[in-house]
Design a protein around this ligand. Sequence first.
Ligand SMILES: NC(=O)c1ccc[n+]([C@@H]2O[C@H](COP(=O)([O-])OP(=O)(O)OC[C@H]3O[C@@H](n4cnc5c(N)ncnc54)[C@H](O)[C@@H]3O)[C@@H](O)[C@H]2O)c1
Length: 314
Amino acid sequence: MKIFSTGGAGFIGSHLTDRLLSDGHSVTVYDNFISGRSEFIAHHLNTSTFKLVNADLLDTATLNESIKGHDFVFHLSANPDIRKSTANTRVDIEQGILATYNVLEAMRQHDIKKIAFTSSSTVYGEATDIPTPEDYGQMLPISIYGASKLAAEALISAYSGSFGMQAWIFRFANIIGRRSTHGIIYDFIQKLKENRDELEILGDGKQRKSYLLVEECVDAMLHVITHTDERINTFNIGAEDQTQVNTIAKIVTEELKLDNVTFTYSGGKRGWIGDVPCFLLSIEKIKKLGWNPGNTSDESVRKATRTLIGEIWK
Ligand SMILES: NC(=O)c1ccc[n+]([C@@H]2O[C@H](COP(=O)([O-])OP(=O)(O)OC[C@H]3O[C@@H](n4cnc5c(N)ncnc54)[C@H](O)[C@@H]3O)[C@@H](O)[C@H]2O)c1
C-alpha cells in the first residue's frame, strides 16, 4: 500500500514508519520537524519505498500536491504537549483541528478513502467509569488538547459519513519508549541530569495513569486495522493497569542508581492545568480482536526508563 504519514518523523510516527516499511509498504512522511527529528528517519533516506516531505500541514498547496496517489493516511501530526495550550490557547485549534481539516480536505479532493487517527484518553475528560470504555459518554475534555482531539474525531466522522471515507480512531494512554522527546520519564531524567540531589514532581505524585511501550502501540494500531472493517473503528490502546507518578520517580532513580534523591512536590492533585490525574482505558474491545499488551504498565515504565537512560543520560 502507498501510505501517507503526517508526523511520521515524530516519536510514535517514526516507529510506525519503521514498521510499515519493514512490512513492505511505501511510506511518504509529511512532517515539519517542529518536534520530529531527522535522525529518527535518517536510516530510511536511501530506501526506494520511502519519501520525505519537509512541510507544514497548514501549507495546503504543498499538502494537496504531496498527498496525491496515496491509498491510506496515518494522521499523527499534532502539538504533543498538553501544557502548551495554557500559554497559547490557539495551538491545538491550529495543529489539532485545522490541520486535521486540511488533511481530510486533501483526501477528499484526491479521493483517498482511508484514514487512521491518533487520538487520546484526554477526550474522556475526568471519566467516572474506570476502566473507561470507548462508548463512555458524555465526553467532556478538560484540556484544549483533549477538546481538539475530540473535535478532530468528529470531523473525521463527518467526512466519513459525507464522503464515504473509512476511519480508524485510536485513543492512546501514555505511550513511552525509545525516541521519546517529551513525557514524564523523559522529564525526570532531564531534571536529574541537571540536579542529582533533588527531583521536582508536578502535583502530589499520586496521579495514576497507564503506560504502554511505543512498539506495542504501533503493533496494536496495525492489528486493529487488519482485523476491522466498520465505517468508523474506534479503539482504546493502553495497558491494563496503572502506575503512580511516585512509582515512576522511584523507578527512574533506581535505574539511574541515584540513592539520595529528595522528591519535592509542586502540590495539588494535578500536574498542570488540564491534567487528568487518574485514568485507565478499558482495552476489552481490542483484546476481543486478539491483541494483548505484552507488559504491565510498571514493566513498560522500567523498560522505557532503561532505554531512555541509554539515549539521553550522557
Ligand atoms: N505520546 C503519547 O503518549 C501520546 C498519547 C496520546 C496521543 N498521542 C498522539 O499521538 C500522535 C503522535 O505523538 P508523539 O508523541 O509521537 O508526538 P511527536 O511530537 O513526537 O509527533 C508529532 C509529529 O508531528 C509533526 N508536526 C507537528 N505539527 C505539524 C504540522 N503542522 N505539520 C507537519 N508536521 C507537524 C512533528 O514535527 C512531529 O514529528 C499525536 O497526535 C499525539 O497527540 C500521543
